[in-house]
Structures are given as C-alpha cells and as structure tokens.
Ligand binder design. Structure first.
Ligand code: 13P
Ligand code: SF4
Length: 305
C-alpha cells in the first residue's frame, strides 16, 4: 500500500530515471503540484513546453494543453495524464463551422482562445490565453477580429481594447459561467473586507464586480503580493486550497461552491504514477500537417505575447 508521501517519492524517482518533465496546470490537486517541474496557467505551460529539455513531457491538465505541448515539441513524446480529460469549450465549434463563419466575416482576423482543439487551430490566425489576450489583441494590425469560442473572455477583452471591432460567438466555460451576479453580490456582502478576484471566463456581470480579473496565475500572484488579508476566489475551487497553502496568514473563500472543473479533477496522483511507470496516460499523436498549420497561430501568440 502507498501513502501520498511514498507515492510522491516514487514519482520523483521515476521521472528522473525516465527523463520525464511534469507540467501541471494550476487547477491540478496539491499532491500533483508537489511532484511537478512547473505549475502555471495555459500561457506559462506553453512557454515551459517550448523550453523543456527532457525527452518526454507529461501534461497534467486537459487535452488542448497536451496538444499545445505536442505542437510546440513535435519531436518529444507527450503524454496527457488522463485520456478522458478534455475541455468542453474546446469542442464548442468545429473547423467546418468556423470555415463557414469566416465566409460571413471576410477580412477579419480569427483569434482563438487556446482552449480549442488542434484541428480548429489550423484555421485560426492567432491564439490567446487569458494572461496574454489583452497584449496580443492590442498588437494585431487588423481592427476587425472574430474571437472564438469564449464570449465572456471575448467581452472582457472588447471592453479593455475598445479600439478593436470584436465579433463574438456563443461559447463559454460551463464551470465559470455557472456563477451568477446575484451569488456574487451575496458573497461580497458576506465578506465585505475581501477582495474579489475572478477569471475572465466568468459572466461579464460577475467580472464587473471584481477588484481584479486575470488568469489563474494572475489571480494567485495578485493574492500573494497584496497587503489585503481576505480574498474571494472566482475561479476553479482548487485555487482556494492552493492559496491557503501558499499564504497561511490570509483567508480565501470560494465565490461559488459549484465552480469545479470535472475534467481537471480527473487526474489523480496514482494516474501520474502510472504515467511515469509507462503504463498510464495517453500519448498525444497528431498528423504532421495539423501540427504544422496549428503551430502558426501558437507561434504568433508567443511572438505577440
Ligand atoms: P488559464 O490560462 O488562466 O490557466 O485558464 C485556463 C482555463 O482553462 C481556465 O478555465
Ligand atoms: Fe475548460 Fe472551464 Fe475546465 Fe477551464 S475550467 S478546462 S475552460 S471546462
């Protein structure tokens, strides 16, 4: 029988022995954080993936993140920690539907949230993440932008970059859009001294009430650096626990008990162990032409971001 500690020790030993780099998205559980080489938001994971020297990269998170790693490092073996871990938002528009949409908006630059499939990225011009979106959209030459698929992140960008004409579609994250404006007002009233930090995937009427909106890393950095002592966290609830570990002198409250990403929750420490043993996870295989075409919009993101 294993304990968390003995299993972590085995993972740390095996990842070294098999030359594996573990990249974990911030929404992964704390026991996985403790064995990872790097923890971060989608943008940080892309940067680390491009830099990693190991032959194998294990991505603990969801499929589009592992696909991004593979596209950036096609010569490496890339594993997704759990084969069922997808992001529902990534599937909300198909490449064929986007091609039809592009005909309706000729001359528009297609900016895709990184939460999209590799296949969809092949027909987009540029990718953005929540932490890089404002800079990238500002840096685009074209004033006309078709933003897919998250209309909430898109509306947040549009409000901050009014000089651009941004068209949105009706996509969004099921976990973040479940938080209502009413619920937000109620929690704010319950903790009047707390700063409200939210992810821009939340509804605009929720983001409008926030003291800070930004990526998962942005939210954590804000809370760590702030002199304030209480925070309401409007993103996946794992971030509440991570911040409690990182800042034991501060108080963190979940904005909603239901802001849970069931896909991010799928990976367990035992899954990570099986991956480093070579018996678990899913190797990401993408066609060469898909990687080549999808890479253009990821490279543009890295250049402009
Ligand atoms: P970040 O880029 O902030 O990590 O967001 C990714 C995501 O899926 C949030 O739901
Ligand atoms: Fe996708 Fe939402 Fe989960 Fe992020 S929290 S991975 S956007 S479903």
């Amino acid at each position: 029988m294993y304990t968390t500690k003995t299993l972590q020790e085995e993972i740390l030993r095996l990842k070294k022995e098999h030359d594996i780099c573990i990249l974990a998205h911030a929404y992964q559980s704390h026991d996985i954080w403790e064995v990872a080489d790097y923890i971060g938001d989608s943008y940080g994971l892309s940067l680390e993936a491009a830099k990693a020297s190991q032959k194998t990269i294990l991505l603990c998170g969801v499929r589009f993140m592992a696909e991004t790693v593979k596209i950036l490092s096609p010569q490496k073996r890339v594993l997704l920690s759990h084969s069922m871990a997808g992001c529902p938002m990534a599937e909300q528009i198909s490449a064929d539907e986007l091609k039809a949409l592009k005909k309706e908006y000729p001359g528009y630059t297609v900016a895709a949230y990184i939460n999209t499939t590799a296949e969809l990225k092949t027909v987009c011009d540029v990718c953005v993440t929540s932490s890089s979106a404002l800079k990238i959209i500002k840096n685009l030459d074209n004033p006309d932008i078709l933003f897919i698929p998250d209309c909430n992140l898109g509306a947040w960008i549009a409000a901050k970059v009014p000089e651009k004409n941004i068209r949105l579609m009706k996509g969004g994250c099921p976990a973040h859009t479940g938080i209502s404006a009413k619920e937000t007002e109620r929690i704010r009233a319950l903790y009047p001294n707390a700063k409200l930090l939210v992810h821009p995937e939340c509804l605009p009427e929720v983001t409008a009430q926030a003291d800070y909106a930004g990526s998962t890393t942005g939210i954590m950095d804000y809370a760590k650096q702030s002199r304030d002592k209480e925070f309401i966290i409007g993103t996946e609830n794992s971030i509440v626990q991570h911040l409690q570990f990182e800042c034991p002198d501060k108080q963190f409250y979940a904005l909603s008990k239901d802001c849970i990403c069931s896909n991010m929750k799928l990976t367990t420490l035992m899954d990570v162990y099986r991956c480093v043993c070579g018996t678990g996870g899913e190797e990401i295989i993408l066609a060469d032409d898909v990687m080549e075409k999808a890479r253009r919009c990821i490279d543009t993101m890295l250049t402009l971001g």
